[in-house]
Ligand binder design. Structure first.
Ligand SMILES: [Zn+2]
Length: 209
């Protein structure tokens, strides 16, 4: 993809996270890797529903970061950490989808063995302990889990997803929220039942794992 295509794809994902109610106001931040040294990321203090290609900020390693209007999101550090740790990842989406964030606030992990989507598509959704949003400490907490999964619940904060494409990172966010909604519904009507080991093995075999 050329730069314009990456920008278009990132802007589309921004509009989708806002349209789906995964963020409100200025919440959330999205990025894509352009090269080893360069990423594109959403600016601070802008509603994701209003982001255009011209608003995206380029951050280059070792160079002074823009300040004032048009500066990158304050949550830049965790994006940079993901790109440092995961050479397979090209995009990062961070949002506060309300149901999944509810689990994160309650400190309750989303069950990993209740739905085929989690078993096959996500594998696991680690619950990362709280650290100040935007801090190097939060990036370091996520670093402990970043090789184990593509979706992370951030305690008392929200959700972080990563992908080999911008679409993949975005769809991963949709899946996390959808699963969280279903588990919440299961808890309201009764108790979630996890799949048995043999059922999980059969599922993985069917999906060619
Ligand atoms: Zn946040």
């Amino acid at each position: 993809m050329n730069v314009d295509e990456v920008k278009k794809s990132l802007v589309d994902a921004c509009h989708r996270v806002y349209a789906r109610g995964f963020v409100a106001g200025y919440e959330g931040n999205l990025s894509a890797r352009m090269s080893a040294e360069k990423i594109l990321i959403t600016p601070a203090r802008m509603c994701k529903g209003d982001v255009t290609a011209g608003d995206l900020v380029t951050v280059e390693r070792g160079k002074t970061r823009p300040k004032g209007a048009g500066r990158p999101t304050a949550e830049l550090e965790m994006h940079l950490m993901v790109y440092d740790e995961r050479s397979d990842i090209q995009a990062v989406v961070h949002a506060h989808p309300p149901i999944a964030t509810g689990f994160a606030i309650a400190g309750i992990p989303i069950p990993e063995k209740a739905l085929p989507e989690v078993i096959v598509a996500l594998g696991s959704i680690p619950l990362v302990p709280y650290a100040l949003p935007g801090s190097a400490e939060l990036a370091d907490e996520i670093r402990k889990y970043v090789h184990k999964a593509d979706a992370f619940l951030l305690a008392n904060h929200g959700v972080l997803t990563v992908g080999r494409t911008i679409e993949e990172a975005y769809y991963c966010m949709e899946t996390v929220e959808q699963v969280a909604k279903s588990v919440l519904a299961a808890r309201i009507v009764g108790s979630p039942v996890e799949l048995a080991k043999a059922q999980i093995e059969a599922l993985k075999k069917l999906m060619g794992e």
